[in-house]
Design a binder for this molecule. Structure first.
Ligand SMILES: CC(C)(COP(=O)(O)OP(=O)(O)OC[C@H]1O[C@@H](n2cnc3c(N)ncnc32)[C@H](O)[C@@H]1OP(=O)(O)O)[C@@H](O)C(=O)NCCC(=O)NCCS
Length: 131
């Protein structure tokens, strides 16, 4: 999407942490457990509108602000994680999602992630991609 830049950062950077928090939903766990993750933020007009994190071989915390969705930003974020994981020598990238997260599942499938079990109700299930 025009005017959107993806930046790579870490949450020990004060400004990045502020931006990341600006995208937090109340149901989400606190951000402390991702402070060592590599983080990508989608930025426009100095405002964060999307994010994703990589911890070891796990992609987590993918989110795009609703009014910016379906513009390719989610895909750009996931591709950024795939490229970084490859650079770090990760051979299998993993994530957890839920059956209700249809857009996310579509996106992951399009990028080559494969469900490791049949999604049941709204339980979490694992998807993996060989790199
Ligand atoms: C999942 C999410 C990040 C996608 O972000 P996005 O910027 O809208 O995604 P993109 O525009 O890059 O779309 C990429 C692909 O995702 C899929 N997709 C996106 N929105 C979709 C929708 N509403 N319905 C079905 N598939 C959808 C499509 O496969 C799409 O590819 P296409 O454009 O070639 O059809 C966004 O919907 C979101 O933040 N959802 C809530 C949080 C969430 O579910 N996170 C995942 C946790 S595991």
């Amino acid at each position: 999407m025009n005017g959107v830049t993806i930046i790579q950062t870490k949450l020990d950077d004060h400004q990045s942490k502020k931006w990341f928090y600006s995208l937090m939903d109340t149901y989400e766990k606190p951000v402390d457990d991702i402070k060592n993750d590599d983080v990508f933020l989608a930025m426009t007009n100095e405002k964060a509108i999307g994010r994703v994190a990589l911890y070891k071989n796990e992609l987590r915390r993918l989110f795009v602000v609703p009014e910016y969705r379906q513009n390719g930003i989610g895909k750009q974020l996931v591709v950024s994680v795939i490229e970084l994981a490859r650079k770090k020598g990760v051979t299998q990238l993993e994530l957890r999602t839920r059956a209700s997260m249809t857009p996310a599942i579509q996106l992951y499938t399009q990028l080559g992630f494969i469900a490791q079990s049949t999604p049941i109700a709204n339980f979490q299930f694992v998807m993996r991609k060989d790199l």
